[in-house]
Design a protein around this ligand. Structure first.
Ligand SMILES: NC(=O)c1ccc[n+]([C@@H]2O[C@H](COP(=O)([O-])OP(=O)(O)OC[C@H]3O[C@@H](n4cnc5c(N)ncnc54)[C@H](O)[C@@H]3O)[C@@H](O)[C@H]2O)c1
Ligand SMILES: O=c1ccn([C@@H]2O[C@H](COP(=O)(O)OP(=O)(O)O[C@H]3O[C@H](CO)[C@@H](O)[C@H](O)[C@H]3O)[C@@H](O)[C@H]2O)c(=O)[nH]1
Length: 424
């Protein structure tokens, strides 16, 4: 069994720290945010992810998962370190690599203290060339001549099913800087039954962007067809049910509606565009993916405005603030975006989410009214936009309300005054 450290205990890091421990490895986690570490030590995750609290409990009681007071301490106590820190957009939209660089420097200092070979694995989503470039350089500058290997091991888990995706991934991509890195990582993932592809680090880094941008492309394409379908008065979901049965196309990620949110698709598509542009490429397809996506929330608000005959001073609702069901994550959420657009047009906005209210409050503040019960929200508004496909919204009584359904909620379609976004 391997001895691993994980730097950065956000959505990806905490799932890996817990997951690796449950695979039988010894894991030391570290996050620069001490309150995250404190909560994890107490068995109370700082994020909501199905099954995580229970899995964390098992990992802690196995005695194989612990947390360090510093990154250097975590590194020095282990054989390999996974860097799982954020790579948010810089002001120009490119991937901001400052957290990755800071973590890599800390790894270098840990390696120097340890004085033996170490493997540095980049789990964060980074532009091709980062692992062998910026990361290897930053580690080397601090490691005092101690030998190390690098690898890129991009992550494909989805929030809301992160643990399941960790244990049952479609594939594991290992971008190994050398043989030793490859065999170490193959060993780490030995117990996971999935195709394992070993390649160069920059190939692995490109696999991650190509995967995310392609999925985002499918959604934007579905939305483009959906806008057309709506003009024709046909159901775009029925169209894609048939389109998707072609095995070459596949049926996934054709859900038309408000478009994609979350911490990955929007930022990774933009970072991919900026990366390509930095090499002199046009990146026309990826730009179109974002253009369609940015239009969809505006279109939903426009539909509501038309149906209500104006928005100024009108009481309207947003159902769903999480960027998708089964998470409390509101990063780049379409629900939050729709609430902002409604406020801009002078509406009185009521919002609901079963899980993300607290996180939404941190971004929307007191500009909107938070309602704990979605049916009570419907009682207070004339119209509503459904922004997240929470199963709870299937059971509501929408009668008499203008419903702009951005997520294809069946029950909403039975409402008297109804508009789907991008479908009939
Ligand atoms: N969220 C996802 O579903 C997902 C899936 C695949 C890949 N990714 C990628 O994985 C990376 C992490 O994403 P996330 O959603 O887990 O981010 P996150 O923002 O939830 O977590 C990042 C964590 O890193 C910590 N951190 C920052 N600098 C640090 C340092 N120097 N040392 C230790 N900890 C540090 C932060 O405090 C934070 O808790 C990103 O590159 C993202 O694109 C995310
Ligand atoms: O048919 C669809 C499918 C998804 N979405 C939206 O797309 C966004 C992203 O959804 P999803 O892919 O389920 O969630 P993420 O957790 O963001 O996962 C994506 O981003 C991660 C971070 O890079 C990757 O690891 C995953 O493989 C990739 O699916 C959400 O707003 C969804 O509502 C649609 O609009 N239509």
């Amino acid at each position: 069994m391997a001895s691993l450290s994980v730097l950065g205990l956000g959505y990806v890091g905490v799932v890996h720290a817990v997951g690796f421990a449950l695979l039988g490895h010894r894991v030391v986690g570290y996050d620069v945010n001490p309150s995250i570490v404190e909560r994890l030590r107490a068995g109370r995750p700082h994020i909501y992810e199905p099954g995580l609290e229970e899995a964390l409990g098992r990992a802690l009681s196995s005695g194989r998962l612990s947390f360090a007071e510093s990154a250097e301490e975590a590194v020095a106590a282990t054989d390999a370190t996974f860097i799982a820190v954020g790579t948010p957009p810089a002001p120009d939209g490119s991937a901001d690599l400052r957290y990755v660089e800071a973590a890599a420097r800390a790894v270098g200092r840990g390696i120097r203290a340890k004085g033996r070979w170490h493997l540095v694995v980049v789990k964060s989503t980074v532009p091709p060339g980062t692992t062998e470039g910026l990361v290897a350089r930053a580690v080397a500058e601090e490691a005092g001549g101690v030998k190390f290997s690098v690898a890129s091991n991009p992550e494909f888990l989805r929030e809301g099913s992160a643990l399941e995706d960790f244990f049952k991934p479609d594939r594991i991509v290992i971008g190994a800087g050398d043989e030793r890195a490859a065999s170490f990582l193959l060993d780490v993932y030995k117990a996971v039954d999935a195709p394992k592809l070993v390649m160069k680090p920059r190939e692995a880094e490109l696999v991650k962007y190509a995967s995310n941008v392609f999925l985002a492309l499918k959604i934007s394409f579905a939305n483009e067809v959906g806008l057309l379908a709506k003009r024709l008065g046909v159901d775009t979901y029925r169209v894609f049910e048939a389109v998707g049965l072609d095995k070459r196309i596949g049926r996934h990620y054709f859900g038309a509606g408000l478009g994609f949110g979350g911490s990955c698709f929007p930022k990774d598509t933009l970072a991919f565009i900026r990366f390509g542009e930095s090499l002199g490429l046009e990146m026309a397809i990826s730009k179109a993916v974002l253009r369609v996506n940015e239009y969809m929330p505006r279109y939903a608000v426009q539909l509501l405005e038309e149906r209500l005959g104006g928005l100024r001073g009108r009481h309207v609702g947003v159902l769903g603030l999480a960027f998708k069901p089964n998470t409390d994550d509101v990063r780049e959420s379409r629900g939050v975006e729709v609430a902002r657009l409604l406020l801009e047009r002078g509406a009185r906005v009521y919002v609901h989410d079963p899980m993300a209210m607290e996180k939404a409050r941190a971004v929307l503040g007191d500009s909107v009214t938070y309602v704990e019960d979605p049916q009570a929200l419907l009682d207070q508004v004339e119209g509503v936009i459904i922004a997240t496909a929470w199963p709870q919204y299937e059971g509501l009584d929408y009668r008499g309300k203008v419903v702009v359904d951005g997520r294809y909620v069946k029950k909403a379609r039975e409402a008297k005054i109804y508009e789907g976004v991008a479908w009939a």
